[in-house]
Ligand binder design. Structure first.
Ligand code: AR6
Length: 172
């Protein structure tokens, strides 16, 4: 399987790149962003400062420093405001922007967290449908991509993603 869903901590994942669910300042924060900066060390923040931010839906590349992953792809998910403010399109764009960097850099392995479903409150099941849809589409068109891992932080989130992936009733 080139798509893997696991429960765990993305800062422990060895991959060409892990994706960070950042904010538009790219200067760190809570959640997975805070965890990645703590694990990577202060050199990551120093490189992020040079990037001067990132708009929602876009992505930026840095090195991974003390992480087991070689690079970090920082993307900025949408804040959930009820769903009629373009949030689904913007979330899909985060995955597309991250994969554009993966392709450009020739990365073979990449790991994602569940972007926007923490502090930014995007409903997890809708987010899972968007994330898995974009990942499947990309795996079909990018044969050089060996593995995409989605790292879920709770059993409940993992179960939601598994249910959406298997296409069970109640997941659409
Ligand atoms: N590994 C994998 N997933 C994690 C980890 C981890 N170590 N830690 C948390 N998660 P969030 P967002 C999960 O809030 O909603 C930050 O302050 C978490 O349980 O990290 O996109 C940024 O600076 C949830 O399922 O990101 C922004 O200001 C998922 O990661 C804002 O939060 C995403 O939750 C971004 O909000």
């Amino acid at each position: 399987m080139r798509l893997e869903l696991i429960r765990g901590d993305i800062t422990r994942v060895d991959a060409d790149a892990i994706v960070n669910a950042a904010n538009s300042a790219l200067l760190g924060g809570g959640g997975v962003d805070g965890a990645i900066h703590r694990a990577a060390g202060p050199e990551l923040l120093a490189e992020c400062r040079l990037l001067r931010g990132c708009p929602t839906g876009q992505a930026r590349l840095t090195r991974g420093y003390r992480l087991p992953a070689r690079h970090v792809i920082h993307t900025v998910g949408p804040v959930w405001r009820g769903g009629s403010d373009g949030e689904p399109t913007l979330l899909a764009r985060c995955y597309q922007s991250a994969f554009a960097l993966v392709e450009q850099q020739g990365f073979r392995t990449v790991a994602f967290p569940s972007i926007s479903t923490g502090v930014y409150r995007f409903p997890i099941e809708r987010a899972a449908r968007i994330a898995l849809g974009e990942i499947r589409k990309t795996l079909e068109r990018m044969p050089s991509l060996e593995k995409v891992t989605v790292v879920l932080f709770s059993d409940a989130d993992l179960e939601t993603y598994q249910r959406v992936l298997s296409g069970e009733p109640g997941s659409s």
